[in-house]
Structure formats: structure tokens, C-alpha cells
Design a protein around this ligand. Structure first.
Ligand SMILES: N[C@@H](CCC(=O)N[C@@H](CSO)C(=O)NCC(=O)O)C(=O)O
Length: 220
């Protein structure tokens, strides 16, 4: 039988990275089953996530949990003995869920218009990208983390996109630090944490993956 905890994973997928960080924060030992996003989906993925057919899927005692934000909250509740992701106060929890939802709705879509496009469409995408991250930077303000003094739920939701920054900058020919220095400072602060750094792939490797993905999508 499978291990108690299995993650249907994909090394370059920002949504999977969220779950890898959360499991590391909780000290959970798990088996990672790699799904190659450039190949047809596995039978296991289609069986365990028939609705969205997407990665990540957490399999806990043979039962699947789908959608990274749902998985993060499940992990926080099951392994509630250490490193809470969500704050305790209901209002602060609501604020964390609000910003995680905002990021879920906007960030991937906004980044896609930089890495999966070219020409004029990409120029528009770059402006939207900078506006979006400036807005997030405003929300961060002078706090060390989105959750305040400690690394928490919203930080876990957003930090995976940092591993794609080199790909965005190289494909989009721009420097994110020029417009959003506090976002870069925040990302580097998060990367000081072993549980984060060990869960995110090398940025150049992600760039190579994105080039292959662009070819698969027929962008170039
Ligand atoms: N809202 C979901 C998004 C997961 C997702 O898009 N996963 C991608 C890989 S990472 O880019 C995926 O599985 N893509 C396959 C597909 O879209 O068919 C979540 O948060 O878990």
C-alpha cells in the first residue's frame, strides 16, 4: 500500500510547491509522486482528481484532497501541533483567506501573460504583472511577512511564484526588483527558511521548463 502521506507532485508547479512548503513546515514525511506536465496525465491523477485533473493532490491514508488552498488548510488542521499556517484569531484568519484567494484568482493568470506570450500581448502582460505585484507589495507594506511578524499562510501561497521570477524576467526582459524592491526583499527573507528553500526548484531549471512548456503550447 502507499505511504500514509503521498503528494501527486510536479517539481515546477507553483501550486505543488505550496504543499511541499506546508508539509516541510509540519515535519510530515511523505512520498512525492512526480507528474510530468509535458506528458499525458497519469491514471492515478485522473482517478484521484477527476473534477479538475490537476496537480497537486494530497493522498492521506488513501483519501485524496484536491486544490492547493484546500490542501494547505487540511494540512494545518491535521498536523496542528506545530508551525500553524493560519492565525488563531478568526478575523485574522479571514484576512489571510481573503489574500490567499486574491492571489489564487489573480497571480497565476497574471504571470501567464508574461511567460506564455510574446510581442505586444507580452508587453501588456508585463504591465499587468508589475501592477499586480505593486498591489501585493502595498499590502505587505513594511511587515516582514504577509502574515505579520511570522511566516504564514499567505506567504506560503505566494512564495512559489518567486521560483519563476528568473523565467518572467528573462522572457519578459525586465527586472522585477526595479518596480517591486520590497517583494524581492520579502522573497529573499522567505528563502532564508530551509523549509521554503528546500521546497522550491532552482530558478534556471524553471526557466528551462518554461521554454519547453512554451514550445508545447506553440507560443514561439
Ligand atoms: N487551483 C489549482 C491549480 C493547480 C494547477 O493549475 N496545476 C497545474 C500544474 S502547475 O501549473 C496542472 O495540473 N495543470 C494541468 C492542467 O491544467 O491540465 C490548485 O491550486 O491546486
Amino acid at each position: 500500500a502507499m505511504k500514509e502521506v503521498v503528494l501527486l507532485d510536479s517539481w515546477a508547479c507553483p501550486f505543488s510547491m505550496r504543499v511541499r512548503i506546508a508539509l516541510a513546515q509540519k515535519g510530515v514525511d511523505y512520498e512525492s509522486k512526480e507528474e510530468d506536465l509535458l506528458l499525458p496525465k497519469s491514471e492515478l491523477l485522473l482517478k484521484l482528481n477527476p473534477v479538475h485533473k490537476k496537480i497537486p493532490v494530497l493522498i492521506h491514508n488513501d483519501r485524496p484532497v484536491c486544490e492547493s488552498l484546500v490542501i494547505l488548510q487540511y494540512v494545518d488542521e491535521v498536523w496542528n501541533h506545530t508551525n500553524p499556517l493560519l492565525p488563531f484569531d478568526p478575523y485574522q484568519r479571514a484576512q489571510a483567506r481573503f489574500w490567499a484567494d486574491f492571489i489564487e484568482k489573480k497571480t497565476f493568470e497574471t504571470t501567464q501573460r508574461v511567460w506564455a506570450t510574446k510581442g505586444e500581448e507580452q508587453e501588456v502582460g508585463k504591465k499587468e504583472f508589475i501592477d499586480h505585484f505593486k498591489f501585493l507589495e502595498q499590502q505587505l507594506g513594511d511587515k516582514p511577512y504577509f502574515g505579520g511578524d511570522s511566516f504564514g499562510y499567505v506567504d506560503v501561497v505566494l512564495i512559489p511564484f518567486y521560483s519563476w521570477f528568473y523565467a518572467f524576467e528573462t522572457l519578459g526582459d525586465f527586472k522585477i526588483e526595479e518596480s517591486c524592491p520590497k517583494i524581492i526583499a520579502w522573497a529573499k527573507r522567505c528563502m532564508q527558511k530551509e523549509n521554503v528553500a528546500s521546497s522550491l526548484p532552482d530558478q534556471e531549471k524553471v526557466y528551462e521548463f518554461v521554454l519547453a512548456y512554451r514550445k508545447k503550447l506553440g507560443v514561439d
